[in-house]
Structures are given as structure tokens and as C-alpha cells.
Design a protein around this ligand. Structure first.
Ligand SMILES: Nc1ncnc2c1ncn2[C@@H]1O[C@H](COP(=O)(O)OP(=O)(O)O)[C@@H](O)[C@H]1O
Ligand SMILES: N[C@@H](CCC(=O)OP(=O)(O)O)C(=O)O
Length: 374
């Protein structure tokens, strides 16, 4: 089994569709393409694969709606076009997925949302809840509040951050070339398609070029995205979206596009990140029962098992869990602010609604966000 056969086992995919593919020469949306990808995604859903779609194309759709022939250069006009076009984009996806009885949801994010711990947890729980409900989230950059992506034409990074966010097994980047070549095939007709390579391979940088001057992200943003996706263990595929049945053929393990593999396992990567990269903001003292279920059974931490909470933490921040002798046993991202934790510790989760006035997560720290450190 070659490495790319791994994709036949992938249960959660992030599919990013780029502007180059979604638009007809940068003007208007490629409706036939969208229809074909939606049909394939519906087939993947039937095979039990969960999907998050990251779609560009708002600016192009907005230009058509506003009757603009030339892509504006002023950032605020691009932002206005994106705001108008996002309506058309989402309407098109909604109609196309509805043909297969699939619900869609619009999710607009920016990079700051994903670097703030609290917003990160909120975005993560919304997206995972949508997936549990069988909905296909359609994500785009929130172009009203940020400008880098429309300026540089890069939604690839967003795709990778979303892959990290939902712990995807694979990030599929659909683009206008059949994959990544040894050099830009537009200017190098002899360039050859790369089939499989480690995302971390440094030789890729020179082959991807610098993205050119047309405000297009090009291949370099895709290679970087593959490295970001690899941080949470997701493999990346860069593949030509115009090929017939491209998504279902990928799921069958067909040899299409370029497969950039991650060199670490998803869970290990995420836990390493939690353990190593964040500052701790507080301490929870656990009772013996909680220490046991965390360390021996790999369970989530419930408020009932916590005897004391110290520190000024907010939702999403890193806290240390210690046993009654003060020895660290675990650390993780907490679901509640310090003042809320103070009210619910020692209490059964069923009482959270009554104690706080709203029903949040039943765990103080979910096991996905927890690392045992002994
Ligand atoms: N090594 C390479 N292999 C393939 N394409 C490359 C390479 N280097 C640069 N490119 C360029 O990258 C373009 C795709 O990037 P981009 O236009 O940003 O697409 P998208 O909108 O799908 O993100 C291709 O059309 C191609 O001209
Ligand atoms: N978010 C913007 C543009 C982002 C963009 O073009 O990115 P990419 O598809 O990587 O070239 C849009 O929807 O038009």
C-alpha cells in the first residue's frame, strides 16, 4: 500500500476550491463545476465521509452581480465585491447540495479567530456540531474584516487552519492545474507532475515559485498550507478540479494530483501542540477519582472531579491539572472562564445550566483538548 492509499481510510475531509477553478477567467462563477463537485461530495457523504468545504469565489461572483468587467485594484472595492458575491456563492452551494437533501451552513472566519483560544474553541465546537448534524459547512474568509487573502489570493492557508481546527484526516486542494509540477507548467512545458512527497520536503519551495505578481497565491501557498495541515497530522492533496469525478476517484485511491504526506499522527501532533506551545493560565486540583479516569481511561475532565480552581483563565486557555499532592497529571484547554469554573467545580454536569444560567459543555476539559503528562 502506497502512502496515498491512506486517503481511502480518511473519514473527515476538508475540500478547498480555489478561485482559479471556481471562476470563468475571474468573471462569474463556474456553475457546472460547482454542480459536479456538489454531486461528488454528496456521494462521499453517502460513504460516511464528513466534509467541510472551504470555497473562494466571492469576489468573482460579486463582480458579476455588480456588473463590473475588470477586477478592481482598490482593496475596499474588492471587499465590497466579496460581500455581494458571498450571497451568490452560498446560494449556489445551498441549491446544489439541496438536490441531494444535504443542508449547508455558511461559516466566515479570519486568521485571528483561529489564533484566539476562545474563538478557536467556539469555531471548533460549531463546526464539529455541524458535522455531527450531517451538515456541510461552507467556509470562506471573512473578507469584510481582513484584507490579506483577497490581496494575495490565498484561501489555502484558511483551508489548512480549518483542517487543524476540525482534526481532518485530509486536506484536498482543488485547483486549475492537475497537481504540483517540478516547475510552473504555464511557463515550463517540460515540467513533470509530482505524485507523492513529504509536505516537509524543502525542495518543494523552489519548484513552487513565488506566486507571481498577479495577486494569485500560486503553488507556494499550497505547499505552506500542506505544512500547516501536517501539524495536526492531515495529509494534503493538490489536484486538478476539472478532472471528471475527481473527488470520488480520490476516495477510491486513484493516482491523481500530488499527495503531500504529514510525518506525524493526528492525535500526537495535536497533543504535542497543546503540551508545548501555550502558556498555562491556571491550575485545577483534581480528586483521586478524576486523576484515575484521566490517566488510566483517557476520559474528559468533568467539573465534579475538581476540588479547587486557581488562576485567571478564560475559555480556551491552557490550565494544568494537579493531584491532591500538587503533582501535575495533565494539561488542557478549559471550556469555561475562571469565574464560571468556580461555580461548577464539584458539581454534576447536569447542574451546569442551573448554576450558570446557560448550558455550555458538560466537560470542563474535553479529552480531545487534554494531554496526560505523567
Ligand atoms: N510548480 C507548480 N506546479 C503547478 N502550478 C504552479 C507551480 N508553480 C506555480 N504554479 C501556478 O499556480 C497556479 C495555481 O494557483 P492559484 O492561481 O493561486 O490557484 P487557486 O485559485 O486554485 O488557489 C497555477 O495555475 C500555476 O500557474
Ligand atoms: N476570499 C476571497 C479570495 C481568496 C482567494 O482567491 O484564494 P485562492 O482560492 O486561494 O486563490 C474570495 O472568496 O473571493
Amino acid at each position: 500500500m502506497t502512502r496515498r492509499q491512506e486517503i481511502t481510510r480518511a473519514r473527515r475531509w476538508v475540500v478547498k476550491i480555489g478561485s482559479a477553478l471556481l471562476t470563468n477567467d475571474g468573471k462569474g462563477l463556474n456553475y457546472a463545476g460547482i454542480s459536479h463537485w456538489a454531486e461528488q461530495m454528496a456521494q462521499l457523504r453517502q460513504r460516511g465521509i464528513e466534509l467541510v468545504l472551504v470555497s473562494s469565489g466571492a469576489v468573482a461572483a460579486g463582480m458579476t452581480r455588480l456588473g463590473w468587467r475588470e477586477r478592481p485594484t482598490e482593496i475596499h472595492r474588492l471587499q465590497a465585491a466579496a460581500a455581494v458575491g458571498q450571497m451568490g456563492l452560498i446560494q449556489t452551494y445551498e441549491a446544489e447540495f439541496a438536490r441531494f437533501d444535504l443542508q449547508t451552513a455558511q461559516v466566515l472566519l479570519d486568521h485571528d479567530d483561529l489564533s484566539s483560544r476562545e474563538r478557536y474553541l467556539n469555531a471548533r465546537s460549531t463546526l464539529t456540531t455541524l458535522l455531527e448534524l450531517g451538515v456541510v459547512p461552507v467556509v470562506n474568509e471573512n473578507d469584510t474584516v481582513v484584507t490579506d487573502e483577497i490581496r494575495f489570493g490565498d484561501n489555502d492557508t484558511l483551508g489548512a487552519l480549518v483542517a487543524n481546527l476540525v482534526d481532518a484526516d485530509v486536506l484536498v486542494i482543488l485547483t486549475d492545474q492537475d497537481g504540483m509540477y517540478s516547475a510552473d507548467p504555464r511557463s515550463n512545458p517540460d515540467a513533470t507532475l509530482i505524485s507523492e512527497v513529504a509536505a516537509a520536503d524543502k525542495t518543494l519551495d523552489a519548484m513552487a515559485g513565488d506566486g507571481g505578481s498577479l495577486g494569485r497565491g500560486g503553488m507556494i501557498t499550497k505547499v505552506r498550507a500542506a505544512r500547516v495541515a501536517a501539524r495536526s497530522g492531515a495529509d494534503t492533496l493538490i489536484v486538478g478540479g476539472r478532472q471528471d469525478s475527481v473527488l470520488t476517484r480520490l476516495a477510491d485511491g486513484d493516482n491523481l494530483g500530488t499527495y503531500l504526506w504529514a510525518d506525524q499522527q493526528p492525535q500526537a501532533a495535536r497533543k504535542r501542540w497543546i503540551a508545548g506551545h501555550l502558556q498555562t493560565r491556571g491550575t485545577l486540583v483534581l480528586d483521586d477519582g478524576a486523576v484515575k479516569v484521566l490517566t488510566e481511561k483517557g476520559k474528559s475532565l468533568l467539573p465534579v472531579g475538581v476540588k479547587a480552581a486557581r488562576g485567571e483563565f478564560t475559555r480556551g486557555e491552557l490550565v494544568v491539572c494537579v493531584d491532591s499532592s500538587g503533582r501535575e497529571v495533565a494539561r488542557g484547554l478549559i471550556n469555561y472562564h475562571a469565574f464560571e469554573a468556580a461555580k461548577i467545580i464539584g458539581q454534576p454536569s447536569a447542574h451546569i445550566g442551573e448554576l450558570l444560567g446557560y448550558r455550555g459543555d458538560e466537560e470542563l476539559i474535553h479529552r480531545d483538548n487534554l494531554v496526560v503528562t505523567i
